[in-house]
Design a protein around this ligand. Structure first.
Ligand code: NAI
Length: 319
C-alpha cells in the first residue's frame, strides 16, 4: 500500500491545472499545500477536488492506493507564501500564462526558498530562459508542462533552462514517475516545446486542406479520430513507421521519396481567419454549439473517454 511520502509539495496557483496537480501528488501520497493569492480560489479548488475524488472513488478510477479521504487529508490550503514554502521539496507553479507575472512569482520564490527545493513551472509555452533569467536558484528551475486534463493525460514535458542542474531534471523525472505521470526530457528549450510543435504541424495542414476545399471540417476531424489517432494513442509516429514496413530502414527505403514529394507540396502557414475560419467555426458549432453549457458537456464527455482510454492503456501495457 502507498504510504505517505516525506516532504511536502506546493501547488502555486489553485486554478484548473493547479487542482489537477494537487490531486496527482495526493494520489502519490505527498502532502500538498495549495497556495493562491485569492482565498476564494483555494476554497473553490478544495471543494472541487473533494467532489471529484469522491466521484472517482465511486467509479473505481481514483488513482493511487490511498482512499479519497486519506488523499483529501493530505491537501491543505494556504495564503501565506512563506508558510506554504517552508519545508517544501517541490513547488509546481500554476499561475496564469503571463511572462511578467511568472517572472515576478519566481523572483518572490527565489528570495525565500532553500538550495534544495525544485521550482517548476506548468507553463505551456514560455521559454525557461525568459522565465528564470537572473534567478539565484536557477539551477533548481525547470518547466514541467502537463497536458489538460493532467489527471487523465499522463504526459509531462520537462524543459530545462540552459543552467538547470542535471540533478533537477533527474529528480523531477523521478517524481513525475512516482505520481504515475509519463515524463519526457527535452534536451534544450525550443519554442512550443515538442507537443505543441507536433500539434501545430497537424493543425496547419488540416487548415490548408479545408481551405483548399479538399475535405469538409467534420470529415477532416474523422481522419484523426477514427484513423491516425486510433494508433497514436498506443504507438508514436516513429514506431508506426517501423511497424508499417519491415523495420524503419525498410520503411524509409520504400516511402521516403513519396513522403518528401508530398511534404514539398505543403503550403505556407495559414492566417487562421476569413472565410475558412467562418466555415470551420460553423461546422464545429453544428456539432457542439459554442455556449458554456454545450462546451462543458462535451468536455466532460471527452474526459470520460480519456479516463476509459487510460484504463485500457494500462491494461494493455500490463499484458
Ligand atoms: P487558471 O486561470 O485556471 O488558474 C490560475 C490561478 O493562479 C488562479 O487560481 C489565480 O487566482 C492564481 N494566481 C494568479 N496570480 C497569482 C499569484 N501571483 N500567486 C499565486 N496564485 C496566483 O489557469 P490554468 O489554466 O490553471 O493555467 C495555469 C498554468 O498552467 C498556465 O501557465 C498555463 O499555460 C498552464 N497550462 C494550462 C493548461 C490548460 O489547458 N489550461 C494545460 C497545460 C498547462
Amino acid at each position: 500500500m502507498t504510504s505517505t511520502q516525506d516532504g511536502s509539495v506546493v501547488i502555486f496557483g489553485s486554478g484548473l491545472i493547479g487542482r489537477s496537480w494537487a490531486m496527482l501528488f495526493a494520489s502519490g501520497g505527498f502532502k500538498v499545500k495549495l497556495y493562491d493569492i485569492e482565498q476564494q480560489q483555494i476554497t473553490k479548488a478544495l471543494e472541487h477536488i473533494r467532489k471529484e475524488m469522491k466521484a472517482l472513488e465511486q467509479s473505481g478510477t481514483l488513482k493511487g492506493s490511498l482512499s479519497a479521504d486519506q488523499q483529501l487529508a493530505l491537501i491543505s490550503g494556504c495564503t501565506d507564501i512563506k508558510v506554504a514554502v517552508e519545508g517544501a521539496m517541490y513547488i509546481q507553479e500554476c499561475t496564469p500564462e503571463n511572462l511578467e507575472l511568472k517572472k515576478k512569482v519566481f523572483s518572490q520564490l527565489d528570495l525565500i526558498v532553500d538550495d534544495k527545493v525544485i521550482l517548476s513551472s506548468s507553463s505551456s509555452c514560455l521559454l525557461p530562459s525568459k522565465m528564470f533569467m537572473g534567478l539565484k536558484h536557477v539551477k533548481q528551475c525547470i518547466v514541467a508542462h502537463p497536458v489538460n486534463p493532467p489527471y487523465y493525460v499522463p504526459l509531462v514535458e520537462l524543459v530545462p533552462h540552459p543552467e538547470t542542474a542535471p540533478s533537477t531534471m533527474e529528480r523531477t523525472y523521478a517524481l513525475m514517475k512516482k505520481i504515475g505521470q509519463s515524463p519526457v526530457k527535452i534536451k534544450k528549450e525550443i519554442d512550443g516545446f515538442i507537443l505543441n510543435r507536433l500539434q501545430y504541424a497537424i493543425i496547419s495542414e488540416a487548415w490548408r486542406l479545408v481551405d483548399e476545399g479538399l475535405i469538409s471540417p467534420s470529415d477532416l476531424d474523422i481522419v484523426m479520430s477514427d484513423g491516425l489517432g486510433m494508433r497514436y494513442a498506443f504507438i508514436g509516429p516513429l514506431e508506426t513507421m517501423h511497424l508499417n514496413a519491415e523495420g524503419m530502414s525498410n520503411y524509409c527505403e520504400r516511402y521516403s521519396e513519396g513522403m518528401k514529394r508530398v511534404l514539398k507540396s505543403f503550403g505556407p502557414v495559414p492566417d487562421f481567419c476569413g472565410a475558412t475560419l467562418e466555415n470551420v467555426h460553423q461546422a464545429m458549432c453544428a456539432r457542439v454549439p459554442a455556449d458554456p453549457a454545450h462546451l462543458g458537456a462535451r468536455r466532460q464527455w471527452r474526459d470520460e473517454c480519456l479516463m476509459k482510454l487510460a484504463k485500457l492503456k494500462s491494461q494493455m501495457e500490463a499484458e
